[in-house]
Design a protein around this ligand. Structure first.
Ligand SMILES: [Zn+2]
Length: 466
């Protein structure tokens, strides 16, 4: 892509003050999703993790930062928590924090906010409420549904009833085959998922949890994920709290006794303001404990209509209240050439769109927005991953999602890319296509590609002729 956007000095300032002039290269761990992608929910796996080995591998492969998903959409908090729920018995925050300090790498926490299956099972009253009926739910029902991504296996010798006691959001429904679509790849028992109302007591619960994490551990940043409305249902939230707040803020001028319908421009503004208000509190909660802890908010970039009406994320509003915007740019989750031409072409198209979309939306974050992108290594190959690294580095480096799911060839590619990035300063243009081809030649010598890219095949043929 010609002239990709680059952050200016003001935009890089929060990052620079905290981390200096070296670019970030972060690897991230989502402990509850098992050893491969993220189609599983596996608490036994968490109990077996070895943080020392994990951080050694991360550092050996060129990374200078590590992000731990301390709480995922299931709702388990992997710390010693008085406020939250931890079914694993591990305090991974303490364990990783100590090792990261010792090994001198940046330690970041990511925490899921509005999506929380466990709290949905225990406190359905804080779940968002459907304004309209739909397939399998009625108007007025809480936003608790079958999860699209996570699947649960029963460990050996554990009955369904025992498992249900441990995981109260488990259902007896089973997904038995793997689909070809990316969101249909899980197998096992299906848990529920719950989106909570940002105006409900769930917000207070979350802020208590955030305060606990900021107070009890040495962390460099606490980043807010799922700081938004759901993307699979856009009729949230019609609870009494939201209805009365909306009626008060946006009176129906035409008929003062009849509240305005929960739709249209004012309604979308109201939803976005709810999320911004929560982001402001999130930031204040962290900063009240320690000014030096970086805050950020994750977003799935799409067209403006998507963030305005579906996720309810006001880019400018949220960036104003928090230190960094963290776009999650995962075009190659749509597919990989390794699964065939169709999937490769689809994902390339997503990558092309994603770059153009970011370029178009860059200014929406605001002139002072610090933007650090996250991209995926999971479910794509080394070349697709490297293409994402260079396309979405806007001057501060790149974060990689995620540790489990990164293949051996991708780890090697990361190691070589990390070396390249270590020579750069923030504000530099990312490495270019020639750089990644140099890396790939070395990677392919050790791990031949499953589907050989055309440029590489050509080079191989030329070599043969010589
Ligand atoms: Zn509500």
């Amino acid at each position: 892509m010609k002239n990709p956007p680059l952050l200016n000095k003001i935009q890089m300032e929060p990052y620079k003050q905290k981390f200096g002039s070296k670019k970030i290269f972060a690897q991230s761990l989502m402990p509850v999703r098992g050893p491969e992608g993220f189609r599983k929910l596996d608490y036994e796996f968490v109990e077996k993790l070895n943080p020392t080995e994990i951080i050694s591998k991360v550092i050996d492969h060129g990374f200078n930062a590590f992000g731990l998903v301390v709480k995922d959409t299931d709702g388990a908090t992997l710390s010693k928590t008085k406020v939250g729920w931890n079914p694993t018995g591990r305090d991974l925050v303490e364990e990783f924090s100590e090792i990261c300090q010792k090994r001198k790498i940046i330690f970041l926490l990511s925490i899921t906010n509005m999506n929380d299956a466990y709290r949905g099972a225990l406190h359905p009253e804080t779940a968002s409420i459907h304004i309209k009926g739909g397939k399998n739910f009625k108007k007025g029902d809480p936003g608790i549904h079958m999860d699209g991504e996570m699947r649960i296996n029963l460990p050996e010798g554990v009955s369904f009833e025992e498992m249900r006691k441990k995981i109260p959001f488990l259902t007896d429904k089973i997904d038995e085959k793997i689909g070809s679509a990316r969101n249909a790849r899980g197998m096992g028992y299906i848990p529920t998922t719950a989106f909570h109302c940002p105006r409900s007591e769930h917000a207070d619960y979350m802020l208590e949890l955030v305060k606990e994490l900021a107070s009890n551990y040495h962390v460099d940043g606490i980043l807010a994920d799922y700081i938004r409305y759901a993307t699979d249902h856009f009729d949230y939230c019609g609870c009494e709290r939201c209805r009365s707040a909306f009626a008060e803020q946006y009176p129906n001028k035409g008929a003062p006794n009849k509240p305005k319908k929960l739709k249209g421009k004012d309604w979308h503004r109201f939803r976005m303001d709810n999320i911004v208000a929560y982001g402001k509190k999130f930031n204040e909660t962290v900063k009240a404990v320690d000014e030096n802890i970086l805050t950020g908010w994750f977003n799935l970039p799409g067209p403006k209509i998507y963030s305005n009406r579906l996720t309810g994320q006001d880019y400018y509003g949220l960036t104003k209240e928090m230190d960094c915007a963290l776009p999650m740019l995962y075009p190659y989750l749509a597919g990989t050439i390794d699964d065939g031409k169709y999937w490769g072409a689809l994902a390339n198209l997503m990558h092309w769109y994603s770059q153009r979309n970011m370029k178009r939306r860059f200014s929406d974050y605001g002139k002072e927005a610090c933007i650090l992108s996250v991209t995926n290594s999971v479910e794509c190959n080394a070349e697709e991953m490297l293409k994402s690294f260079i396309a979405y580095d806007y001057g501060l480096g790149i974060s990689v999602f995620k540790y489990y799911g990164t293949s051996d060839s991708q780890w090697l590619a990361c190691k070589l890319y990390g070396k390249k990035l270590a020579q750069q300063e923030i504000g530099d243009y990312p490495p270019n296509q020639d750089d990644i081809r140099t890396i790939l030649r070395e990677v392919y010598a050790e791990y031949p590609p499953k589907v050989a890219p055309r440029w590489w095949k050509k080079e191989q043929n030329k070599k043969k002729k010589e």
